[in-house]
Design a protein around this ligand. Structure first.
Ligand SMILES: CSC[C@H]1O[C@@H](n2cnc3c(O)ncnc32)[C@H](O)[C@@H]1O
Ligand SMILES: [Zn+2]
Length: 434
């Protein structure tokens, strides 16, 4: 028996390397990585720790390709309105009044707890005081691609916008190669809140530092129409003119895209985050995610912040994705369960630049693994575990979670932080909000 090994055995193993389910399979974890995946009947090795996964799905942890983790502080603060009012009349003022290092830390801890407990093992995040988010990520044990925000207005922690890119680059330098769970990045808010100079400088900093550039783009019809009227181009053409579209750029939302935009993005190799929960709640529209994937673009699933979703449960996002695209296209075959599950795992990992290390249970990849308990009334019988994961399960069905081989959720309880005190702190902060 090798020390430091864990054998997760029994249940339905979904390696997500192909569209196969290993009924009665097993996964060996060694030194934080996947050692081997076994089928029923294979001879299993001995291990220091054995986890009985009978009745559970064993699969890669889910990858949330777009979040603003501290925004759980504003959950339910402003609902049932369009993006412009939500952002300008409610969220920006709330951020100016309440966002500081302490509140960011509290909100981020809460979101990381919510995500881990519901099976998300990696989050791609962007906000201000992102160093505090990084501390919360380390404390909770989730994996994060963490971006410092850039916007051409005074922002929390960046009162002088003339140094916004410098600040973001300093964040990347401070966190690069420091913790294996943290990959730093830079996030430009939108093409209409960042000047061309800022966008170019931020992308140049990303190139020099070798990190992912992220941006919200084509979220509303108004955003696209205004640019068309002012400049006669689409936001994608603008970004391309600035040499921003490449394999290390994550495009977030992509609701109002035409065929030319999609071809351009595909040619450049940029990736996309599809966030249907947020886009439907803000009545922004629906990203043509299937068309993007048909053109070879890697598309992951994101929740966006909890203030526009209003939860961070990727199981919920998977169900919304599968159903919404069927209803919109009047095609019951659209966005089948396997496709959606791949978006929430392997494709999401590729979209955020971590395709080589997470997203499937390929031996050698990081052991980010979740166990989803199917022994529940709403998941019985289990004719097809893939169907249940997308159409019937929720984050509450996640039993155990491992990140880089370390168990962070056991029997539905978070092992790394005291969730009750995190909630108490967020409630204390929320009491000061109007
Ligand atoms: C620099 S990113 C942080 C910044 O973005 C704001 N935000 C959150 N969600 C959205 C969205 O869907 N569209 C545009 N802006 C959004 C957030 O409140 C922060 O100010
Ligand atoms: Zn967002």
């Amino acid at each position: 028996m090798t020390r430091g090994t864990t054998l997760i055995k029994g249940g339905w193993v979904l390696p997500m390397t192909d569209r196969e389910v290993y009924d009665g399979g097993a996964v060996l974890v060694k030194d934080g990585v996947v050692g081997a995946v076994f089928r029923a009947g294979d001879t299993l090795p001995e291990a220091e720790t054995v986890v009985n996964a009978t009745g559970c799905v064993v699969m890669p942890g889910l990858v949330n390709t777009h979040c603003h983790s501290p925004m759980s502080l504003f959950r339910g603060l402003a609902d049932d309105m369009p993006l412009a009012s939500w952002l300008n009349e409610h969220i920006f003022p709330a951020e100016a009044a309440h966002i500081n290092p302490e509140t960011v830390r509290a909100g981020a801890l809460l979101s990381c707890a919510e995500m881990l407990l519901s099976g998300t093992t990696t989050v791609c995040d962007g906000y201000f005081y992102e160093g505090e988010v990084a501390e919360a990520v380390v404390e909770t044990g989730i994996r994060g691609v963490l971006a410092h925000g850039v916007i051409d207005f005074p922002a929390p922690g960046v009162p002088d916008p003339s140094v916004n890119v410098e600040k973001a680059a300093a964040f990347v330098e401070a966190w690069k190669d420091r913790f294996s769970l943290i990959t730093p990045s830079i996030f430009c808010h939108t093409p209409y809140t960042c000047s061309e100079k800022t966008l170019s400088a931020a992308k140049e900093a990303c190139r020099l530092l070798g990190v992912l550039f992220q941006i919200h783009v084509a979220e509303t019809e108004d955003e696209v129409q205004r640019l068309k009227e002012e400049r006669g181009i689409s936001p994608y053409q603008l970004l391309d003119d600035l040499h921003i579209l490449d394999e290390s750029t994550l495009l977030i939302h992509n609701v109002w895209m035409n065929n030319g935009d999609m071809d351009l993005v595909a040619r450049r190799g940029a990736t996309a985050s599809h966030n249907p929960g947020s886009n439907t709640k803000l009545a922004s529209g629906l990203c043509p995610a299937q068309a993007l994937m048909d053109k070879g673009i890697h598309v992951g699933l994101g929740t966006d912040g909890a203030a526009s979703n209003n939860n961070l449960d990727l199981f919920n996002e998977m169900q919304v994705t599968a159903k919404l695209h069927k209803a919109y296209s009047l095609d019951p075959v659209a966005m089948d369960a396997w496709t959606v599950l791949e978006m929430a795992t392997r494709e999401g990992a590729k979209a955020i630049g971590l395709g080589g290390s997470i997203g499937s249970l390929l031996p050698g990849k990081r052991a980010d693994i979740i166990l989803v308990d199917m022994n529940k009334p709403h998941l019985t019988p289990t004719h097809n575990p893939v169907s249940h994961l997308v159409y019937a399960a929720s984050g509450a069905d996640v039993r155990d979670v491992f990140v880089e081989g370390r168990q962070v959720v056991k029997e539905g309880r978070l092992l790394t932080v005291d969730v009750d005190s995190v909630m108490a702190e967020v409630n204390r902060i929320a009491a000061f909000m109007g």
